[in-house]
Design a binder for this molecule. Sequence first.
Ligand code: SF4
Length: 325
Amino acid sequence: MNWLDCGQRVKAGGALTREEALAVLQSSDDEILEVVQAAFLARRQHFGRDVNLHILRNAQSGLCGENCAFCSQSASSAAEIERYPLQSIEEIVAGALDAQRAGAVKYCVVTSGRAPAADTLDTFCEAARLIRRATSLHLCVSPGLLTEGQARRLAGAGVHRVNHNLETARRYFPAICTTHSYEDRVATVRAVKAAGMEACCGGILGLGETLEDRVDLAFALRELGVDSIPVNFFNPRPGTPLADQPPLGARDGLRGLAMFRLVNPTRDIRAAGGREACLGALQPLALYAANSIFTSGYLTTPGQGRPADIRMLEEAGFRPAKLEM
Ligand code: SF4
């Protein structure tokens, strides 16, 4: 495969085929810099050298009745994590002010659980109004499965984007969760788009899925027209059913990111949870495919911290994206 020709074609608006996407994941170690360069051609065309910084807030942790096998917040997980009920509007707004001071462009408020209770939705809507008034941040919320009516309420309150991941391919989904379905997740993404919000929707690499499953996920996201794709790298958590899953290798993590970029060249692609644990010393190379990162940690695990993230991206010649006022 001539990877540079492939990158030039995608940069010019051409589409990657499924066979080519699979070839990205199967590329040899000798080809890996050419694969990353192909992804970079598309990344630079649409995002320059900017990196969007996202800050997560886990506004309700643990005690979820669903059985996602990777998740330490599931009630069926014995992982040692902090568990707490929904935070107050004041706490969520204070987190937004901190995120703005830290140079984030997106503030992502997440709650554990299958779907939002009525008071969770009320809290999100009121917090959204206050955050819109007090900051210029884009607000993303991740409250679980949504109906169209709930999505319209969030949109009306000023929520800019909703996150709801497909997690993995349709074929593999029943192996990681049986309390809700892949179709339930797709319906939520469609409800978010129908309500006029941006859809943030991605998945986790390394749950035991095949390379073809990874390709299927990337194409499913393209078909859904999602706006933002968090690519998470599975970091097995002690106490969860997948605790003994072998970790994803750094080079496979990089190939995965490059493939998601080449299949979805114009989308916000995030090197998301597990970045540090999976990519290790290869982390800076992720910036050549991804144009955004979470900084300041994840839902239940810490990251390398904002100062190290900023140093990494600046040393690699990238810069934090600025908020449009
Ligand atoms: S629904 Fe969300 S919080 Fe609940 S177990 Fe699944 S991933 Fe974890």
